[in-house]
Design a protein around this ligand. Structure first.
Ligand code: PLP
Ligand code: SF4
Length: 357
């Protein structure tokens, strides 16, 4: 084999792309031909949770449209500094679910390893915006987390999460995966990641040198909220993952102004399927501090979900869930009966129907 290159000699292309990502909201607006005038609160929001947008994602945002649904996921808004009752720093009880540093054990049979606090994009609605990564992250050699997993033979699946696990270099990930492979009671390795969608360069030979190989079945749960996120070059990256034998699923968050309409939600599932991805969860927003303006109320979420059930084959309908701190699984949001034919439960007429019903 070729000896390992020196640290800077061969930085992978994706790491260089990540280093070039946009971190200035005014530059983001300028690049999209938008007015860079901004309210001071929007700048304050940026300072609280830094802007981060890779070029590949930027290329899929429509120029000149301040309401573009991809832009709204990443552009800091003044509304983020508004406090709202019920919107908390740790909305899903992560802190109390720590089994050991960096390892969350909330549900039987599976554990979630917080591998890194880094991401390739900063999503304004993120529920882990305030997760104390520095303080609660696993140790560099994953020692305690691995000990816990080895000692608990009921665990069959390890989920690599973060942040975004694929923000770590392949050297560290392949070493971790090799050690997990050696734990006999594990059957699956799951990776929760947004990188193949937002930074498709990440799916390179280095990643495929370990992903999809080994004893464990590999499942990648992507995170895309709008059908345009599946466009090229993401589609090609997903095809590479598929041909490596990786099972691809998608979880989305229901977000006001971004995907809370039937056409967008339907197209999201169909565009995903065309890229080899089956829908997994549609999450109600986790109520983190500063994300209240993205919230879609439960009645409307149920109506949208009923519409999806009507319009799509069953296998393209994601499960509508919310996370409740302390619950033993993600909690299904009970379904509304399907809307009557000809009714319009998600348009204005529907809103009226619910408000009087
Ligand atoms: C969401 C989550 C999981 C995964 O739940 P599934 O229903 O299996 O997708 C596991 N552990 C933690 C801590 C989670 O938050
Ligand atoms: S990629 Fe995931 S963890 Fe990172 S900011 Fe977006 S939602 Fe949060």
């Amino acid at each position: 084999m070729i000896p390992r290159p020196g640290p800077s000699a061969q930085t992978p292309k994706w790491q260089r792309a990540l280093a070039r990502a946009i971190t200035d909201p005014l530059e983001l607006l300028r690049r999209l031909d938008l007015e860079p005038d901004r309210e001071p609160e929007a700048l304050q929001a940026h300072h609280g949770f830094r802007t981060l947008v890779p070029e590949s994602y930027l290329a899929r945002i429509r120029r000149g449209d301040p309401r573009d649904p991809l832009l709204l996921q990443v552009l800091p808004q003044g509304a983020e500094v508004n406090e709202r009752p019920g919107f908390l720093a740790d909305p899903v009880g992560d802190r109390s679910a720590l089994a050991t540093l960096g390892l969350l054990h909330k549900y039987p049979g599976r554990v979630l390893l917080v591998t890194t606090g880094a991401c390739a994009i900063h999503c304004r609605y993120c529920f882990r915006r305030e997760f104390p990564y520095g303080e609660l992250q696993a140790s560099r050699d994953w020692g305690d987390a691995l000990d816990y997993i080895r000692a608990n033979t009921g665990i069959t699946e390890v989920i690599l999460s973060g942040g975004d696990p694929l923000a770590l270099p392949d050297r560290r990930l392949s070493e971790l995966v090799r050690r997990l492979d050696a734990v006999a009671h594990l059957r699956r390795l799951r990776i929760h990641t947004r990188l193949p969608v937002v930074l498709p360069e990440r799916v390179d030979a280095g990643l495929l040198s370990w992903l999809g190989t080994g004893r464990l079945a590999h499942v990648v749960v992507l995170h895309a909220n709008h059908p345009r996120e599946f466009e090229a070059p993401a589609a090609a990256a997903l095809a590479r993952l598929r041909s490596a034998g990786v099972t691809l699923l998608n979880q989305a968050v229901l977000l006001a102004g971004i995907n809370d309409d039937p056409d967008t939600l339907c197209e999201l599932q169909q565009a995903g399927f065309a890229a080899g991805v089956l829908p997994y969860y549609l999450h109600l927003l986790d109520r983190a501090r500063g994300v209240g303006h993205f919230d879609v109320d439960e009645r409307r979420a149920q109506a949208l979900h009923a519409m999806l059930r009507e319009r799509l084959p069953g296998y393209l309908v994601p499960r509508l869930v919310r996370e409740i701190a302390g619950a033993p699984s993600k909690v299904p949001v009970p379904g509304d009966p399907a809307p009557r034919a000809g009714s319009d439960p998600v348009g204005d007429g529907g809103a009226r129907m619910f408000s009087i019903g």
